[in-house]
Design a protein around this ligand. Sequence first.
Ligand code: FES
Ligand code: MG
Length: 573
Amino acid sequence: MSQNNSGFKKGLTSYGDAGFSLFLRKAFIKGAGYTDSALDRPIVGITNTGSGYNPCHGNMPQLIEAVKRGIMLAGGLPVDFPTISVHESFASPTSMFLRNLMSMDTEEMLKAQPMDAVVLIGGCDKTVPAQLMGAASAGLPAIQLITGSMLTGSHRGERVGACTDCRRYWGKFRAQEIDETEISDVNNQLVPSVGTCSVMGTASTMACIAEALGMTVPGCASPPAVTADRIRVAEETGRQAVELARKGLTIDKILTPQAFENAMRVLLAIGGSTNAIVHLTAIAGRMGLEMDLQGLDRMGRETPVLLDLKPSGQHYMEDFHAAGGMATLLRALKPLLNLDALTVTGRTLGEEIDRAGPGFKQDVVRSISDPIYPQGGIAVLSGNLAPGGAILKQSAADARLMEHEGRAVVFENLEDLAARIDSDSLDVNAEDILVLKNIGPKGAPGMPEAGYMPIPKKLARAGVKDMVRISDGRMSGTAFGTIVLHVTPESALGGPLAYVQNGDRIRLSLQRRELSLLISGEELARRAKASPVEAPTAERGYRRLFLEHVLQADEGADFDFLQASKKVGKVPR
Ligand code: FES
Ligand code: MG
């Protein structure tokens, strides 16, 4: 029996002596028809996250076939295996509730099964973060493959795509601008193919971030799911995975502080989803790196938004791909990047940018001198309402509301919001500030994307399109509006948000990065004492694990026991 380098020898501890363990293992894999020669080479695992519940991963069979081809062309042996798959719309109570579970599944299967490297295939919002978190903790050579975005559709001559246009059409329907027939017509066109949402939502943001981190082959972020380009990227990813295995290029050499800074730059420059801040914080936390939100805000002030994609701009992912994808963006952003950061190709990000060539004329990615928004898309706020910080996606907000003071209209939780938001008797006007409690990490639980509260129906009918809205939850990257998110600490843990009352005055100032509840410290303390908050609990199961261990948004909403045991630094440095 061959004793050459093979992933099949990894982790041989279970059955008596190592020789017998390998003997048994080989006997079983041969039950699937493999020869000794097939096994005597680098073994590359492939995570299969296909599921009937996950149309965002609907091209999984084709991707796996192409990855396998790439691995075999490079002389490796591919072995695919399933892990959890999580889709945004089908995961209850929220996909975020399951992200950490997927990361644990990924980490443990990477560690448990014999492999020299792994190809992580993900796409829908929580899957890529979960896979990067899990792989970061598992520590072996890893490469990310993205499933790719869906195509755009056409509704009565208008181009549409999920899910910025889903919200826009639903808003029109709520305001009674369109009827039942039209809303059901457009429902057929919003998701015209498999793949991830076609705007700069969380999925596209994480795709761009994975490439900026150096975790993908160049050009992986942008090809739509159903294109030949996507399949070629999959083949190339398989080929590269074998190289990673041969070189022993482990993930810690890629996920460095330099790489995280590049990812943060890209997040800001693409007007990316606010969710990506939570995910990047969690991934960095697995490497012992703490996210410095003030540092992110400083970075934001000097990073313009260059990518003209919905919801901040006008184009869709397939346009970004036609404009050259990440190569075009990284080239434009080059002066702000750490060019010496290593990528999974074994070359630096700077070398990859140079290899991609000079670029061409296009109108999707702007230059630093002609940005679509002069400052980064995301601002970090703080004040007595959010001592641990809050996030505002300024590039998707109404400029008129950036300096605003108003009266609080408070909803205690999601049920309260659902019961009263559309009531004609709701005491609300356009200058008020909507406040929603109990949608933080522990609150709902799982920090649902409910921060995008609907405009109360009676105001929507009167033509109101945007209002200041504040919560401890998240919002979909495909949403837009003046929406303050991730208020920390959350209300379910007795953060100041828990004590806001109807009629309180709240001040939002983007200029001063301020979010203030205009009551005295004594009054706040009096309210806290009068009605103390009881943190939510659960009897059993994963929900109990979640509630006992989930961290706040500023720590990535990871589980405390999954973070690296040693803190080694901050990002940005
Ligand atoms: Fe999967 Fe939008 S629902 S990416
Ligand atoms: Mg989303």
